[in-house]
Ligand binder design. Structure first.
Ligand SMILES: Cc1cc2nc3c(=O)[nH]c(=O)nc-3n(C[C@H](O)[C@H](O)[C@H](O)COP(=O)(O)OP(=O)(O)OC[C@H]3O[C@@H](n4cnc5c(N)ncnc54)[C@H](O)[C@@H]3O)c2cc1C
Length: 416
């Protein structure tokens, strides 16, 4: 079977679904391929930065998911058992100033439903590409495996939105020159009953010498914990039994002893995230372009992955839509120029986030006493200076917003 469309999107994560929606809203025809049937996914991208919230509003999806979001008002960092930083998002002078927690299956279902209601998007699920269709040196779609057999999707533009291990990137030869930087640690994600005495509107970071953990309120009422361990150390930790994990947690949050015993009975209650960043040199080739994690994988610090996937989709859609207006003879060059303009537009924002994350990662892994003392001094200085807080958070949380009076209600407050 052959399907003819304008844009073939491979991958139904936040990036692919948002792009499909943004394109059909502009009247374009899309076929989206997702390898898994259903949107179930655990421990994936629940924290959405304020900029991600703004982008969802722009896509007309925020109102659809609002009742499933959990707004966060504070970030609290304790280092060596001492409280060193308390950031109040209410005080930031932006219309969208709060990060929110939003389960990824809810987000994906809302994006899919909005595209479906609009019309123009055909979803093949489960389906994954086995090869790219190449004609005269340009990608013209994909050959895909589906339960009904092999399908050819012929498209003017193919988009690889298939995540950090992108097979589209490999098939298109765009992996060449990619820099994959493993970070010094991995993260074990787990969920615990939410402690009664803790503020449900706060993100907490606990640091102890070179170890740290993230403690985030989850939309399902639990506490989502990201516990860092040295790279590759899971096997050794596991060999000591689940009690080792409880002890590791107690070092950072002794008050969670009961919750840990209740919430983590075996290693199957945990999920390991291999932390690395990927810098892909070229995001496009004739007829094909990468977005989201396929183009740039980030670390989990400050919930940047989903945000950048959404930002890519929102930036790319108008460029593709405009190029598709070109007469047939000029369409491929126009699409190629659109893909290059997209990378030029987005690359610096991704780079700024990566730099901020790497700086933060290095701070977290300092373990020598003089270095940890310096770290505490830096956090305390940040704590006393709202202007400094704005400078530090702006590239990650508010890149698409202009400051406005801080006492104005936020966009989310205005509508609730
Ligand atoms: C454990 C964990 C926790 C995270 N927490 C956060 C967080 O709190 N906040 C945050 O912002 N980010 C977080 N991230 C990162 C975030 O999930 C990603 O950055 C974001 O989802 C990227 O979106 P994407 O659409 O580019 O890729 P993905 O979300 O990876 O989506 C890719 C999609 O493509 C599909 N796919 C893959 N290969 C194929 C194929 N061959 N054919 C068809 N379909 C295919 C996949 O099934 C998937 O649905 C986390 C990641 C992990 C792993």
């Amino acid at each position: 079977m052959t399907i003819r469309t304008e844009v073939c999107v491979v991958g139904g994560g936040p990036g692919g679904r948002a792009l499909a929606l943004a394109l059909v809203r502009r009247g374009r025809q899309v076929v989206l391929l997702e390898q898994r049937a259903g949107a179930a996914r655990a421990f994936r991208g629940e924290s959405l930065s304020p900029d991600g919230v703004r982008l969802l509003a722009g896509l007309g999806v925020l109102d659809r998911v609002r009742e499933h979001t959990h707004e966060v008002h504070r970030l609290e960092i304790a280092d060596g058992g001492r409280h060193v930083l308390d950031v109040h998002f209410d005080a930031f002078p932006y219309a969208y100033r709060h990060p929110v927690e939003l389960a990824q299956p809810v987000l994906l279902a809302a994006l899919a439903r909005a595209a479906d209601e609009h019309g123009g998007c055909t979803v093949l699920e489960p389906a994954s590409p086995t090869a790219l269709l190449i004609e005269r040196g340009a990608v013209r779609g994909v050959r895909a495996r589906t339960p009904e057999g092999i399908v050819e999707i012929r498209a003017d533009m193919t988009v690889g939105a298939d995540g950090r291990y992108s097979s589209v990137r490999r098939l298109a030869g765009l992996g060449h020159g990619t820099v994959r930087t493993p970070l010094e640690r991995d993260v074990i994600w787990l969920k615990l009953p939410f402690p009664a005495a803790w503020d449900r509107r706060a993100y907490r970071v606990r640091i102890s010498a070179g170890r740290h953990g993230l403690f985030l309120p989850s939309t399902d009422g639990t506490l989502r914990v990201g516990l860092n361990i040295p790279k590759g150390a899971l096997r050794e930790l596991r060999s000591g039994g689940i009690g080792q994990l409880h002890a590791r947690l107690a070092e950072l949050a002794p008050e969670l002893e009961r919750e840990a015993a209740e919430g983590i009975r075996s290693w199957s209650d945990t999920h390991l995230l291999d932390i690395f960043t990927t810098e892909v040199r070229r995001w496009s080739a004739p007829g094909i372009v990468l977005i989201g994690d396929a183009a740039h994988t980030l670390s989990p610090i400050l919930g940047q992955g989903v945000n950048h996937a959404l930002a890519d989709a929102v930036a790319l859609a108008p460029l593709i839509a405009c190029a598709l207006e070109a007469p047939r003879s000029g369409r491929q060059p126009a699409l190629g120029a659109a893909a290059l303009a997209f990378q030029r537009d987005r690359e610096s924002a991704v780079r700024r986030s990566r730099r901020l994350q790497l700086r933060q990662e290095r701070m977290f892994t300092l373990s020598a006493p003089p270095a940890t003392a310096l770290r505490r001094t830096i956090y305390r200085a940040l704590n006393t200076s709202p202007a400094l807080q704005r400078r530090v958070f702006a590239p990650a949380y508010f890149p698409g917003q202009r400051p406005e009076p801080a006492d104005r209600p936020t966009r989310t407050e205005q509508r609730t």
